[in-house]
Design a protein around this ligand. Sequence first.
Ligand code: CA
Length: 235
Amino acid sequence: MTRSAPAPASILVVEDEIKTADTVALYLRHGGHRVTVVRDGAEALRRATDEPWDLLILDRMLPGLEGSELLRRLREASDLPVILLTAMSGELDRLEGFRAGADDYVVKPFSPRELVARVEALLRRVGVSGRTPRGLRVGALHIDPESHEVRVGARALELSPTEFRLLRCLAEAPGRTFSRGELVERVLEGTAEERVVDSHVKNLRRKLEGIGADPGWIATVFGRGYKLRRPRDPS
Ligand code: CA
């Protein structure tokens, strides 16, 4: 039942509310981790980019630079695992967090123990501290070509082998449009009609939506085909 805790990690906590920051730091330190607290968004972005961390806990409401914007900018350069703290729990808010590149989120008010459990789960998932996840990563989407595991943030996406090949193909070149004919060649070994691609795309979108991710990640390019949106592409 008990799983071993991951190795002690260096964790940057970005939170301007002193009481919340202190509580989070206390619990994480109690779990053996090294914790640094920063209260200002602009300073946090600089330190998150310039210094080696194993994980970032990021509050959305910050002075200086708002949390999701900070995350978007961080993602231009870094795969650092990120847990977003958010006061809002609406679906749109969750989608925005994942779209910005969060790996997981915790809704305020939260139990510090739950946050620590999520930190440790995420550290286990990315493996030895400091190492980025294996495989392909596009924003919050992780694809492991060896184990065939697909995740959006902390959520696992269960795919058929064909859906997996389709998503992997699109994710290998985010932003590039693949024609249906090209997808038939690459994903279906040239043996299916082009409309079969449409039905696999439809299923993939439904499954993304089913785990709270944005089905619009797989964009239809009218008259041309499909592409996977890059995290910062407009909808
Ligand atoms: Ca705050």
